[in-house]
Design a protein around this ligand. Structure first.
Ligand code: PHE
Length: 341
């Protein structure tokens, strides 16, 4: 009897896990277990010995049960500790940087220009990228078969429809929508398309922002003042602009606008090809034909228009040497613009 208790206690102690413990419990306390067998032997004893024997076996049974319970708790606790260790979290470790996208440089520049003009009371107008020849050319005073159409190589869809070659198409639509009402004061941003061979400075698709103001006594001086403010906003307070004569079908007179170089302050450097000036946009006074076709009386109202390339501004502003960087979506390039947002 003493051996059963001693060996039982040792066996319990030796258990490594709850499975072992269950085996030992079966060995001792099940219906055919050692303790049950001891109890079975009672019937062979003389009647006077039975109570003492029974009490002793019960004592052993209780001791073993108590030992099982203690061991079970200890093993459960140990198992829990293992679980905790496995799922351990070191709260002092630095966390991973969440990956946050950046605005694309073209979006940054476009938004900046839009906000600049909205601050001066301009409305932002958009239009279709697949456009009628009518709004892209005819309403811009470029009739069928006019040689000026060769200035812009056009993606035609059919005789009537094309991919707009300039956002002047939004201007002609806007003028029509105003039905002769003044003032018109809008900017027209959007993608435009031309059959150009792509290289470091050309792309068959790019973004333009054109501006249009029509009203009472709008003059070339208003245009110059507006564009000078824009140039300073984009390239710094020290900028000045100059007009050079140019030609567009839809403006008369037409000008090419240069900004004093923001890199060398006009002294001459590789960016401005030693000239001190950088060409940034085309502009002019809205042609009387354009006004007339849209229902405005060119004898009573006048207007100016300008058009700039957003890519060109971005290249100049950020010192980017190849327009294709703007389209290839290389994160090493794009992540540089976080600080400009
Ligand atoms: N539409 C012209 C272009 O695409 C730009 C421009 C707009 C010029 C408005 C003058 C006035 O080149």
């Amino acid at each position: 009897m003493e051996n059963v208790l001693k060996e039982g206690l040792l066996a319990i102690e030796a258990c490594q896990n709850l499975g072992d413990l269950q085996n030992v419990r079966n060995e001792y306390l099940s219906k055919k277990g050692l303790v049950t067998q001891l109890m079975g032997k009672m019937k062979d004893l003389p009647a006077e010995d039975k109570p003492a024997y029974g009490a002793q076996v019960n004592q052993i049974k209780q001791s073993l049960e108590a030992a099982f319970k203690l061991k079970e708790e200890a093993l459960q606790e140990a198992a829990f500790d293992v679980q905790l260790q496995k799922g351990k979290i070191d709260l002092s470790l630095p966390s991973a940087m969440p990956l946050v996208g950046t605005l694309h440089p073209l979006t940054i520049v476009q938004t900046e220009i839009e906000q600049f003009f909205m601050g001066m009371g301009y409305l932002v107008k958009e239009g279709p990228e697949v456009e009628l020849d009518y709004y892209n050319f005819e309403r811009a005073n470029i009739p069928q078969d006019h040689p000026a159409r060769d200035m812009q190589d056009t993606f035609y869809i059919n005789a009537e429809w094309l991919l707009r070659t300039h956002t002047t198409a939004i201007q002609t639509r806007t003028l029509e929508a105003y039905k002769g009402e003044i003032p018109v004061k809008v900017i027209c941003p959007g993608k435009v398309f031309r059959k150009d061979d792509d290289d470091a400075t050309h792309s068959h698709q790019f973004v333009q922002i054109e501006g249009l103001v029509v009203g009472d006594k709008i003059s070339l001086a208003d245009l110059k003042g507006t564009l000078e403010l824009l140039a300073r906003h984009l390239f710094g307070e020290a900028r000045v602009i100059r007009f050079r004569p140019s030609y567009f079908q839809f403006t008369e007179p037409s000008v090419e606008v240069d900004v004093s170089c923001h890199i060398c302050n006009g002294k001459g450097c590789p960016t401005c090809k030693q000239s001190g000036w950088i060409e940034i946009l085309g502009a002019g006074m809205v042609h009387p034909n354009v006004l007339r076709m849209a229902g405005f009386d060119p004898e009573k109202v006048s207007g100016f228009a300008f058009g700039l390339g957003v890519e060109r501004v971005a290249l100049l502003k950020y010192g980017i040497d190849d327009i294709r960087h703007l389209y290839t979506n290389d994160l090493r390039f794009l992540n540089n613009f976080r600080r400009f947002e």
